[in-house]
Design a protein around this ligand. Structure first.
Ligand code: FES
Length: 106
């Protein structure tokens, strides 16, 4: 049990239940968090699950794969702590994680 907080571009916060084994994209979509789409269903093919983590959390979410990095390269609002939510599997250690959502998805 734990919580993950998604913060929309307008600073609206959505605190949701952490589900181990889910992904950050599925967790958001299953809780109707606005601002993250997940159009390809998690196949790392659309880039509509872009989210931004803090420096503090970045190294604790695992390394992005080459497919993810290629898609992130095409993401307009990419920053150095950007990840694709479908490529980050939720673990118990993510209790308290806060992620920010960009203004627009691709
Ligand atoms: Fe399509 Fe993540 S849901 S790339």
């Amino acid at each position: 049990m734990g919580k993950i907080t998604y913060i929309e571009h307008d600073n609206t916060e959505h605190e949701v239940e952490l589900v181990v084994g889910s992904t950050l994209m599925d967790t958001a979509v299953n809780n109707a968090v606005p601002g993250i789409d997940g159009d390809c269903g998690g196949a790392c093919a659309c880039g509509t699950c872009h989210l931004i983590v803090s420096d503090e959390w970045l190294g604790r979410l695992g390394e992005p794969g080459s497919d993810e990095l290629q898609l992130l390269d095409m993401t307009p609002e990419r920053c150095k702590t950007s990840r694709l939510g479908c490529q980050v599997e939720v673990t118990e250690a993510m209790d308290g994680l806060t992620v920010r959502l960009p203004e627009f998805q691709m």
